[in-house]
Design a protein around this ligand. Structure first.
Ligand SMILES: Cc1cc2nc3c(=O)[nH]c(=O)nc-3n(C[C@H](O)[C@H](O)[C@H](O)COP(=O)(O)O)c2cc1C
Length: 194
């Protein structure tokens, strides 16, 4: 299903056509090559002082990591996200070795997530980020240090028809138009043509 951005000017198809589906093909698989490319895209994103604070947990449906992560999905995420082919949890290392803060670590991890999303989409793999899962349980499962701030899990897979979602409310959300605030509300100063 296509839900292209209703933008005021034409965008790159990669940006315009990206969206976050919930209906995934429950038997489709992602190749190790595609996973490697997605992780490389994250690796090659920019970061503050090239600190590269992103850290990943990678899971493919059927493996232990997939089970470890998907059993902690919260609320309605538990109904659809386990049908994905792969998961990438993105954490940000928020301190330097001397304990000083890295104030932009979250920003950097978000950038890496965006790069991975775009590489995945370029390869025909849909991505849906989710923050709705139990961070504390995942932290304990992987003995993550306190300075590893979990951001979100990228849910990756092959898009399926909205009708494959068992919950009618989720089907509705899948078909709903994508909406955004107008640029006039986002640009504090300097909006072209204003
Ligand atoms: C950090 C983050 C956390 C999110 N968490 C969830 C989530 O737990 N469950 C969910 O269904 N969608 C989640 N989303 C998806 C957003 O709802 C979605 O990106 C937004 O509605 C815009 O829709 P679009 O991505 O299709 O343009 C999350 C997105 C981000 C960036």
């Amino acid at each position: 299903m296509f839900k292209p951005a209703d933008s005021s000017v034409t965008l790159s198809p990669l940006i315009a056509n990206r969206w976050s589906p919930r209906s995934f093909d429950a038997v489709a698989e992602i190749s190790d090559g595609d996973i490697a490319a997605i992780l490389e895209a994250g690796r090659w994103s920019p970061s503050t002082n090239n600190q590269q604070p992103w850290r990943f947990i990678v899971a493919k449906r059927g493996d232990t990591h997939f089970e470890n992560l998907s059993k902690h999905f919260a609320g309605f995420n538990a109904a659809w996200a386990p049908t994905a082919s792969a998961l990438v949890l993105v954490a940000a290392v928020t301190t330097n070795d001397d304990g000083s803060a890295r104030p932009f670590a979250l920003y950097d991890a978000g950038l890496a997530s965006a790069f991975m999303t775009m590489e995945a989409n370029h390869r025909g793999i849909a991505v849906h980020p989710i923050a709705g899962y139990d961070r504390e349980k995942v932290k304990a499962e992987y003995s993550l240090p306190d300075n590893y701030l979990q951001t979100a899990i990228l849910v990756l897979g092959t898009q399926a028809s909205p009708d494959q979602l068992s919950d009618p409310a989720l089907q509705e959300r899948e078909k709903a138009p994508r909406v955004r605030l107008p640029l006039s509300e986002l640009v504090i100063a300097g909006l072209p043509g204003a």
